[in-house]
Design a protein around this ligand. Sequence first.
Ligand code: 6PG
Length: 230
Amino acid sequence: MTPDIIHSNNFLRDALALIRRTANAAISERGVFRMGLSGGSTPRPIYEALAQWPGHDEADWEHWEFTFGDERCVPPNDQQSNYRMVREALLDHVAIPPENVLRMRGEDAPEEAAADYERMLRSRAGEEGLYRHDLLLLGMGDDGHTASLFPDTDALTETKRWVVANFVPKFNTHRITLTFPILNAARHAVFLVNSRGKENTLEQVFSGKSLFPCSRVQPKQGKLTWLLSA
Ligand code: 6PG
């Protein structure tokens, strides 16, 4: 698969335009816009800008559905929680129905939280028996991880389950994460990457020879975009 690689000189504007364009198309075609949210620092300004989008209060938030690509095993009000970051940046400021925000329960036992999340996604699967994100936002670490699919961790080999509790030795903790089967079911996966400090990793990824986890995001019947901030 040949990804679109966009070197953006206005990262926020380009990301917002992509989100709104995809949302409008998904809602008019299927009545719902399913967006997977990534954690980390890069997407926060994008979530904040989305919350302030002109006319956002008329936005059809009841047709939006948010999932999370991964979550730390902490309570939702913990500083480390991806949910907390998204709530502060976006959810507290828009009228999205609470039931449309599918939160990973980081406060529960990791295996239980993963199984619970998988049940939630499967209960919303489409006719192909898949939960297909219309837009799946992903980040990339300088070690080539994405979501919480870190190099040399068990979750990389999962071929059936959509959500697992992945033990990450470098942090000596579990993370709840979506797995490749569900990531690669997306209609459009978009990596949002602040290139600074990740140039070497990106060069290897775009060489087509990298074995990084992020390189294995190749939507089977979908698009792949890398939106890079200068
Ligand atoms: C997380 C993210 C993780 C993140 C990358 C990049 O929970 O931290 O899911 O995969 O996207 O680590 O993080 P930055 O955007 O902070 O560089």
